[in-house]
Unconditional design. Structure first.
Length: 181
């Protein structure tokens, strides 16, 4: 099957013709090459005012998850208290540092998609944090909206807990599915 190719790779500019050139569009790429489109007949032409462009906002990024979990730290268990978000270490910040109900320090690494590299990152943080006598012993929790099976196996093998985060529940939005309990 023949598939036409578009050789006009971006960035391109579009010039609409006027006067005698009405109905002619000229597309010019950065190399100066031109694609000229001539419209023989216009069957319908309309425009609609859509108002101000609201822009796009990415929902559920790691920063949102971190902020929501820090505000609702009790989601991880009874008695959890926040020490600090973005707790700095020599190799970068741990997303959340907190204490559990028994007073043990817990380092939490948050990801949207929990994969092996996130577990490796948390492992490095734990190694550094456990050297600090004011914090040790520090255990880890790998928290994500979705945790890949390989990441869960690696985390479990290293004694790191795994928690699946429900973004809507953290935001306080009820699930619209019917349930008995």
């Amino acid at each position: 099957a023949y598939k036409p190719l578009n050789w006009m790779s971006p960035p391109c500019t579009l010039k609409e013709g006027s006067g005698d050139e009405e109905g002619v569009w000229t597309v010019i790429n950065k190399a100066g090459e031109k694609l000229i489109i001539t419209m023989e007949e216009v069957l319908h032409d309309s425009s609609h005012e859509l108002g101000v462009d609201p822009g796009l906002i990415k929902d559920g990024v790691e920063a949102h998850l971190q902020e929501l979990l820090a505000d609702r730290i009790e989601t991880l268990g009874e008695g959890y208290t926040l020490i600090r978000r973005e707790y700095m270490t020599a190799i970068g910040p741990v997303d959340i540092l907190c204490r559990d109900g028994e007073g043990q320090t817990v380092a939490i690494e948050i990801k949207r998609r929990g994969e092996i590299d996130g577990v490796e990152q948390l492992t490095r943080y734990l190694e550094l944090l456990n050297r600090d006598p004011h914090l040790a012993p520090v255990r880890g929790v790998f928290a994500a909206q979705e945790i890949k099976p390989q990441a869960r196996v690696l985390a479990t093998d290293r004694g790191i807990g795994c928690t699946v985060l429900d973004y809507d529940a953290l935001r306080g939005i009820e699930d619209d599915k019917l349930r008995l309990f």
